[in-house]
Design a protein around this ligand. Structure first.
Ligand code: DC
Length: 228
């Protein structure tokens, strides 16, 4: 039986994560949140005191990436996913800005990206996989059946983030958030290894003026046409 792979790439804040999870549920496919892998490796290297000696102890860091002890446990009741690093629940901590910064730092190192490749390929199991990240369609799964690049203007992503923060009672300054988003975009797009860009054969969706349901519909129509 062939395994269908659907890739969803795009900048942070484009709504990729939410949509990848909805698409995986819709087709009954597995889900790979590749950003979580980078976050887990960043946290593990930090915990081992290796983050400050990436250059001088690269072989040890690569070993750590190859042997990263992680588990993704899905809860069928509320469809949440619990993430364990060496048996410890790190589901919340890996989402912090601090761990995001570790992930962004290690994501620039080709040897560490290469070490995570097999790990990502292992997620492709029947009947299929939805892989969410920055280089899923360009590097990790170049032969994917359907490739989507989901983007949105930096301004609209910043406005969404402000609303999310306000909804949980946090004060949010749009200027600072916008600057942060533009900074991250620059880092992700300008790095020499696996930079963020649409695959040549990707279907590009700009969600700046679309809601989640509209983006979901557009994705399903495109994926159905590719899987037919
Ligand atoms: O999607 P995210 O914010 O969880 O990703 C965390 C970091 O990992 C981000 O700085 C970009 C990097 N990343 C990457 O380089 N390649 C991927 N496929 C996924 C994430």
């Amino acid at each position: 039986m062939s395994i269908h792979v659907i890739t969803i790439d795009g900048p942070s804040g484009s709504g990729k994560g939410t949509l990848a999870s909805k698409i995986a549920q819709h087709y009954g496919y597995y889900l790979l949140d590749s950003g979580a892998l980078y976050r887990l490796l960043g946290l593990s290297l930090k915990n081992k005191g290796l983050l400050t000696s990436l250059d001088t102890r690269l072989t040890t860091c690569v070993d750590c990436a190859l042997n990263l002890d992680i588990q993704f446990k899905s809860n069928t009741e509320d469809s949440s996913i619990q993430i364990l690093l060496e048996g410890e629940d790190v589901s919340s901590i890996i989402r912090t800005e601090e761990v995001g910064a570790y992930a962004s730092q290690i994501a620039t190192i080709p040897e560490l990206r290469a070490a995570l490749l097999q790990r990502q390929h292992d997620f492709a199991q029947a009947p299929g996989l939805v892989a969410d990240g920055r280089d899923m369609g360009t590097v990790v799964f170049p032969n994917a059946a359907a490739k989507i690049y989901l983007t949105a203007s930096a301004q609209s992503r910043a406005e969404r983030r402000v609303k999310q923060l306000q909804a949980i009672g946090l004060d949010a300054k749009i200027d600072a958030i916008l600057a942060n988003i533009e900074d991250r975009d620059r880092r992700d797009m300008e790095r020499s290894v696996a930079p963020l860009k649409p695959a040549e054969d990707a279907y590009v969706i700009d969600s700046s003026s679309l809601n989640i349901d509209q983006v979901f519909q557009a994705m399903v129509e495109y994926i159905d046409s590719k899987l037919a």
